[in-house]
Structures are given as C-alpha cells and as structure tokens.
Design a binder for this molecule. Structure first.
Ligand code: ACM
Length: 633
C-alpha cells in the first residue's frame, strides 16, 4: 500500500512537471525527473568566464523584470553558466547541456552561443509569466530536466522585407529578439526593392532622400493608384548607419548574424527613382512604387514591366555605383555574406537597349540571362574586393556563377538542387514551405485570401531541407521568408510569422528523427500563452476547419481535412452559428440545393478552438475540384 502510494506520488509530481516541458525547437535529448528548482529573490546567476557574463545578465534581467526579484550575476551561483574547459565535440559551436535539480541549474557549452541557447531553453522551462514585461505573481519553478542539445543546421534564418513596408528600428529589434527565442541565428534583412530603399549610403544621399519615400496609399496592395508626378512622397523611412550599427549589435548580442540584402539588378525602382541614369531607359519620371501594379502577366509564365526597374548591366557607372554601396555595407555588416538579390529581373528594356545589344555581341552572349550572369559575376568580384561572399536568389544560377557564390533556393527546391550539384553552398527557402507571407488558413477568414500559394503550419513543419539527391554538406540550412506587401504593421508581421517560424525552427534545429507533428501541435497552446504574456501576435489558423468540397455526380459533398486530426468539427446549414451542440461532421455531408451556407467550427478537448468558417454553396462549388481532377483524386 505504502509502495503504491509512493509510486502514485512520484508519477503525479513528474507528470505535472512533464506537462510544462514543451520546448520548441525540440531538443536532441530531454530527460525529465520529479521535482524542480525554485527561483527565489537574491539568487545569484554565476558565470565562469567573462564571455559568459552578458548571457548571465540577459537571464537576470528577464527574471527580475517579471518576478520583481533582485537576482544578480556573480562568479558563482545556484544557476551557473559555464564555458567548457575541455571542448565537448558533439555540442559544436552552438550546442549546450542543461541540468536542473531542486538544488541548482547548470548550463554548459563550448561557446557563448551555446549558453545563450541554453538560456532560451531555460526560459521556456519557466512559467509563461516569465515573458511579462512588468512584475507579476507566479510559482517560479523550473522542472528538473537533463537536456543535451545542438542544432541540425548551421544556418537558421528569418527574412524580413522592410521595403514593401518600413519597420522602425525598435520594431526590427523586437522582431530579432522574437526569432532569437526560437534559436534562429540569421536575420536576413531585405533592405531594398521597388517600394523603398532603406539603408543610408552616405556617398549616394539620394538613395534615401528620394528612394526611401513614396506617395501614401491605404487599402489593398496592388490595386493602388500610380504616383502622380506632383504628388508629395511622405510615406516611408530608412535606417541611418548609426541605426544599422545598433541593430547589428543588438542581433550579435543574441548570436544572430544580420545578412543584408540589396536586390539588384531587378527590383531596383527605388534606386532608379533616385538615380534614373542607372537604368537603360534613364526615365526621370520613374518614382518609388507605392504598391500600384506595374507588371502584366500574359499567361506564359513571363511578365512584362510597364516601368523600368532593372539596372543597366552595360554601363560602367552602374558598377561604380554598386562599388560605393557595397563598400559602405561591407563596413557596417560583419556577415561573411552579402545578399545581392538577382531574382525576377525583367530584361525587356535590356533587349531594346543599343548599349546592351552591343555588349552582348562583343562578348558573344546568346541571351539576356548570360548578360545577367555577367552582371552577377561583376558583383561577386566587387564583393570579393571587400572580403565578402555573394549569396543570391536561385535565378543567379541561370547565367553562370562564380564558384564561391551561395544560392538561396526560393522557386521550390530545384534551384538549390542544381546549385548543390555544381558545388555551391545552398540555403533552402522554397516558397511552398517557407514563404510565411502566404495564406495559412481558409481564404474566407485570412487577411490575404488571394495569395498565390497556401502555406499552412503543417506544410512548414513537413519541410525537409536536404533533398534525397543532394550531398547534405552543401545545404547550409534554411529560412522562413516574410515579404511584407500585405504586412503593414509589426503586429501583422508577427501574425504571419508565428507559429510558422516556430515550426520551421524545429525543422532547422531539431534532429530529423525528433520531428513529430502531433507532439508539436500539443506544444502549441503553451507557446501561444507565452506569446500572449510577451505581447507577441500569432495566428491560430491551424485550429480552423479545412473544408473539402467535392462534386459526386450532381451532388455537392463536403468533408473536412483539418491540419489537426484530433479535433471535432461541428456544422450547421440553417444560418445559425455552429457549436458543439450542432451536428458533428464525421463524414462528407451533402449540401442541398438552394441558398445554403455551410458553417463549420472546431473543438479540441471539448474547447472551441477554431473560427467559424462560413461558405456559401456557390463558393464550395467553385472550390470543388473539377470532374476530371476528382477522378484522378
Ligand atoms: C522572391 O521571392 N522573389 C525571391
């Protein structure tokens, strides 16, 4: 009897703590024990070497802010951060061990980055209230665990486009901090595009006095009126070089490398608005684009630009311009790479340009892809002269590439595969898995119902960065990429980023064999609560029902294909709001003819979790695969 009681107590204590251990990304090894460590006032956080002190201070600050305690850093402490005297090879540069008991917490690593990641894990072990920016009451216990952890990939990035919408210095820092919490180590900063040039280049002042500003527009991106010639450009902003130094340092303190991108030769309308002589047409009426349409898609996969946004590859002045840009950038960013874009370069104005035609003839170039190849190799040489390596979007492969250049694969994985086979280093960011600007739930309830691809959380989670046919040594890692045409605020950037960047953090950090979708889903709620405490926005779209309409003969049948399998879906067809007292949808139901709307809602563990999705019969019919496709299915 005593024995049974003992076992019972043991199990209940350990399971209470086990419930709290919901780490994202999942560590390599995690063992749980009963009991835990109580964080108390006046506790010391120790560090064994000066390089560990700033990380101890990050932890102390986080604890003191939410607990109201006076935790200090010192040479010794009950929480101890130690850099290994003898390197533990398996942990590498970023790995760590974390052991917590009722008496102490020890985080050990070979390098400071590992201690930082150990601290992020420790913060996820703490109650969610640790994320509060003001003093709050909680039971400040850390469960007893033994963790050994290190990343699968050395490159774990998130890209933020600050051209389509400008984010202030403080917003960029907040975003960097948020991704650092999930062990990302690259912040890819898309600094220039058609809609704004955001980096101060002192030797080229018009890039920011003109290129950083556009006429203001509000509403649906892509539908806006083009700028009128005399309309004041009042919307925008840029980062001074002092701002950039501050952001780079802020990121470095979190072991994040800032990868700056200047997107050339295409996507350069803001630069051209500043210096029209840089493009073939030299058209002085070109202005920074405010989100109005400037491209036609004739339907053959190509596009035609009505405004010239490509730098002129035949003009030496363009290379002199880029030399100035990259000289100043190389001095600002410690990153070994500079991203030069290279994507979606419209070559129609090159084809019409006498200077380009002359150059192609002289150099025996067969097409304008080769002309872009020439441009990219010139850029690579410029970067080399500044001790920097080039990385660009996968289009840079098309015209031939220097051997040192790295490729970021975005049009699926094909570009990455081709690049790796040629021996280039590759960062995998295929749009169907990692473009977190794209729609993540039902179009009727998502802000951007019209995005060209559907990238739900489960799709991000299913991403495997190393294709079968490729030597893994060429795949540096991957990213989540956030384009911001449809993200005018940081709150919405967060909505698009989380939880998809959490899913991708597990793809890039955790061992392939540790990935488990249903376990990941079970960890989500805890992370949503932590995000609430930190006042970080996120999307709960993964909980929404996914309707699957199908025509069976003349009948419209609708089932669901939810991302989370253990949810219940309830529905109505009678214009009432569905809840768990409505009919449960367990198999496809027929939608009768007439003016009928299907309303769906989901529950998990008896709790309503999804939004109400309302789909008219006409909408469902338009979504049903056509007769031929349903036969294939
Ligand atoms: C891209 O999405 N154009 C790289």
């Amino acid at each position: 009897m005593k024995y049974t009681l003992y076992i019972f107590c043991f199990m209940s204590v350990s399971s209470v703590y086990a419930q709290d251990v919901k780490l994202i990304p999942q560590p390599v090894e995690l063992k749980m024990s009963p009991g835990g460590f109580q964080i108390r006032d006046n506790l010391s956080i120790g560090y064994n070497k000066p390089e560990a002190k700033p990380i101890a201070e990050i932890l102390a600050k986080k604890i003191n802010t939410s607990t109201g305690y006076q935790v200090k850093t010192d040479k010794k402490g009950k929480i101890m951060l130690s850099l290994n005297e003898k390197v533990d090879p398996a942990l590498g540069k970023e790995g760590y061990t974390l052991v917590s008991t009722s008496k102490s917490i020890k985080i050990e690593a070979n390098e400071p980055a590992g201690l930082f990641y150990g601290v992020q894990t420790l913060l996820q072990l703490a109650p969610k209230e640790i994320e509060s920016s003001t003093k709050i009451n909680a039971d400040w216990k850390i469960p007893a665990v033994q963790i050994r952890d290190y990343p699968r990939f050395a490159w774990r990035g998130v890209m933020l486009d600050v051209s389509r919408h400008f984010f202030t210095k403080e917003e960029v820092k907040k975003y960097i901090d948020e991704i650092s919490r999930y062990k990302y180590n690259v912040f890819h900063w898309h600094l220039t595009d058609d809609q704004g040039w955001r980096i101060e280049i002192k030797s080229l002042p018009k890039l920011t006095s003109i290129g950083a500003w556009r006429v203001p527009r509000v509403g649906k991106w892509g539908t806006f009126e083009a700028p009128k010639s005399d309309e004041p450009a009042t919307d925008g902003g840029f980062y001074t070089q002092e701002d950039i130094k501050e952001i780079v340092q802020f990121a470095q303190n979190r072991f994040i490398t800032v990868l700056p991108e200047v997107d050339v030769p295409g996507h350069s309308m803001a630069a051209i608005a500043s210096y029209p002589e840089l493009c073939c047409t030299k058209d002085p009426s070109i202005r920074v684009n405010p989100g109005s349409n400037f491209a036609e898609w004739p339907g053959d996969g190509h596009f035609v630009m009505s405004v010239d946004n490509s730098l002129n590859p035949s003009d030496e002045k363009v290379y002199a311009f880029l030399d100035k840009v990259f000289t100043e950038m190389a001095a600002l960013f410690p990153s070994p790479y500079i991203h030069v874009g290279g994507d979606e370069c419209y070559k129609g104005y090159w084809e019409k340009s006498d200077a380009c035609k002359r150059m192609m003839k002289l150099a025996d170039m067969k097409n304008t892809e080769e002309l872009q190849g020439y441009f990219m190799r010139r850029i690579e040489q410029i970067l080399k002269s500044k001790n920097k390596k080039m990385i660009g979007w996968d289009e840079i492969l098309e015209g031939g590439l220097g051997p040192q250049a790295a490729v970021m694969s975005w049009r699926g994985t094909q570009g990455g595969i081709a690049a790796a086979r040629l021996g280039h280093e590759v960062v995998m960011t295929p749009n169907p898995y990692t473009y977190i600007d794209l729609r993540q739930g039902d179009p009727s309830v998502e802000p951007d119902g019209t995005s060209y691809l559907y990238v739900p959380l489960s799709k991000c989670y299913s991403f495997e960065p190393v294709p079968d046919s490729v030597d893994a040594k060429y795949i540096l890692g991957g990213q989540a990429n956030l384009w911001t045409e449809k993200a005018p605020t940081l709150r919405h950037a967060e909505y698009l980023t989380f939880p998809r960047a959490w899913a991708l953090s597990e793809v890039y950090w955790s061992p392939k064999g540790k990935k488990n979708w249903s376990q990941f889903v079970d960890k989500l709620d805890g992370h949503f609560e932590r995000a609430d405490a930190a006042e970080v926005n996120y999307a709960r779209s993964v909980y929404d029902a996914i309707a699957q309409p199908k025509m069976v003969g003349k009948k419209l049948m609708v089932g669901v294909n939810n991302e989370i399998s253990d949810m219940d879906t309830y529905y109505t067809l009678n214009e009432t709001m569905p809840d768990k007292f409505s009919r449960k949808l367990t198999e496809p139901v027929e939608i009768p003819e007439g003016k009928v709307t299907l309303k769906l809602v989901t529950y998990r563990n008896e709790k309503k979790v999804g939004k109400v999705i309302a789909l008219s019969r006409e909408e469902l019919i338009s979504r049903a695969p056509k007769e031929k496709e349903s036969k294939i299915n």
